[in-house]
Design a protein. Sequence first.
Length: 167
Amino acid sequence: MIRLLPAVAILITALALVKPAVAEYAAGLRAYNEGNFESAILELEPLVERGHSGAELMLGVMYLRGQGYRRDEGLAAVWMYKAARKGEAGAQLVLGSQLLYGRGVRRNVREALMWLTLAGESGIDSVAKQAAIYRGDAIQFLNPREVEEALRKAKGFSPTPDKFTRQ
């Protein structure tokens, strides 16, 4: 868990830069930042039901940290995956670190490297810097063919559209 804390802290800081400030999402973030997790859940869950990647990321964070929900790294990984598939850089970072260290999921260093590569290419400095650290850790466990395979998979990644933003 200690290795995941920098990633979680960075993504929470970066969230305001990543998503447009729709009223419900902004209210959910505000409640979360104030420590009012019950209100955050009330604001974010309807957005999750509509496929909002930022809200999915936040639910993942809350499960990961046990804030408003029972701490559950497995459910956190589910929400991180949903948001990561939509191109949410913070979720890609956290999911990559979970896969790298086997936190809530079966350890898969190759998949971790793919997600961490995507997070590193996000253009968000704090996310990219942390992703680079984790990528360095991941590469130590892979042979050159496995590294090439993970990087090829990252290059071919195409995010699933966030349905919420098309409404």
